[in-house]
Design a binder for this molecule. Structure first.
Ligand code: FAD
Length: 332
């Protein structure tokens, strides 16, 4: 079978590597990136779930760790966690090792199968009727060596801002908001005050916040185009982690290469918490506060190594909601 993979981000590059190892004839395509880091979107924080997924591709996740963390600071409140920042550009380069990335978009008529790994672009699958994309801004900056190496999160109107250490006194600082332009919120949340000099790079990007159930179909009606990763909503709508889910979706695809129904059912079953986070976002965007049941369903943060009780979750969410002054006013 001759397979084209559109998109050489984490999902597409991982997919290319695994399909090649299984003997498929593949071509991997991507569009030129304007960002200096050469990837889009840049994202650095990940969880222990990455280890077995990279091992399946013959890679050792430890080679990509920039920093490890045992806690995250939400405003002034520190919560236990098990997280790490990784060198995502290097990981993508290694996944693509031995594969030539063709510049441009594939012509579907030249292939038996096309994998849509184009992230928020979802360039080949049918469009999502009620697609929802959150706006993000991000910068990479140098900070003082004296700054404590702990990930920080601040609540902003309709979202949050983050500052993640990525080694060598560098930080990845960004903001997502579902209500307001995140650029102005990032300026106002004081995280950039830690920066020394001008940002090394900056970019804007989008995050698909529909969860998988809002990004159907995963396979085109003629069974030619199959989606993976963020193209089919495999990213946590509130927390925003999509690297591990992108890899997981590729593994599911490989297990069901000829069964669209089984693939769809497995993806839908694999990420129940994405649906819980999506329900909270929908409630907020409709101007309602999420119910206790919704908060509880979304509050299981085991994948992040966070073992926090419901009282603590309620406290974090209450603080976050207190910063969201215009719920329902400005829908993106
Ligand atoms: C600001 C921000 C911060 C984030 N931080 C984190 C984080 O810390 N941890 C985490 O786990 N997740 C994070 N995420 C989410 C994560 O980055 C994505 O979910 C993940 O990268 C999705 O991978 P993907 O391969 O499906 O899509 P992408 O990584 O978006 O890759 C899609 C690729 O397709 C290419 N493409 C687009 N259109 C075409 C076309 N027509 N033809 C060919 N190629 C095309 C693009 O150029 C791109 O290279 C973040 C997202 C954002 C926006």
């Amino acid at each position: 079978m001759k397979v084209a993979i559109a998109g050489a981000g984490v999902a597409g590059s991982y997919c290319a590597r695994l399909l090649l190892a299984e003997g498929y004839e593949i071509d991997l395509y991507d569009l030129p990136h304007p960002n200096p880091c050469g990837i889009a979107p840049c994202a650095w924080m990940t969880t222990a779930g990455i280890a077995p997924l990279l091992a399946a591709a013959g890679l050792d996740y430890q080679a990509y760790i920039l920093e490890r963390f045992s806690s995250v600071r939400f405003e002034d409140h520190e919560v236990q966690a098990a997280l790490m920042t990784i060198d995502k550009p290097r990981l993508i380069r290694d996944l693509q090792s031995g594969i030539t990335v063709i510049a441009g978009s594939p012509d579907p008529s030249r292939y038996d199968r096309l994998i849509d790994a184009t992230g928020t672009a979802r360039a080949f699958l049918p469009p999502v009727p009620q697609d929802c994309l959150g706006q993000c801004v991000q910068v990479r900056v140098q900070v003082s060596p004296a700054l404590q190496s702990v990930p920080m999160v601040r609540y902003v109107n309709g979202g949050y801002a983050w500052s993640f250490p990525i080694g060598c006194n560098l930080r990845h600082i960004g903001c997502i908001s579902h209500l307001t332009d995140p650029a102005s919120l990032l300026q106002g949340c004081h995280l950039l005050e830690d920066a020394i000099g001008l940002p090394i790079c900056r970019c804007r990007s989008l995050l698909r916040v529909t969860a998988p159930s809002g990004a159907l179909p995963f396979v085109s009606p003629d069974r030619k185009i199959w989606g993976v990763g963020e193209a089919i909503g495999c990213v946590y709508p509130i927390v925003g982690d999509g690297i591990v889910p992108a890899f997981e979706s590729v593994r599911l695809l490989l297990s069901h290469m000829d069964d669209p129904g089984a693939y769809t059912a497995e993806v839908m079953a694999a990420f129940p918490q994405m649906e819980a986070e999506r329900d909270i976002l929908l409630a907020l965007k409709a101007g309602r506060l999420p119910g206790p049941g919704q908060l509880l369903r979304a509050g299981d943060l085991d994948r992040l190594g966070m073992r926090i009780g419901t009282v603590e979750i309620a406290r974090i969410i209450t603080r976050a909601l207190a910063c969201t002054s215009q719920v329902g006013d400005q829908r993106p």
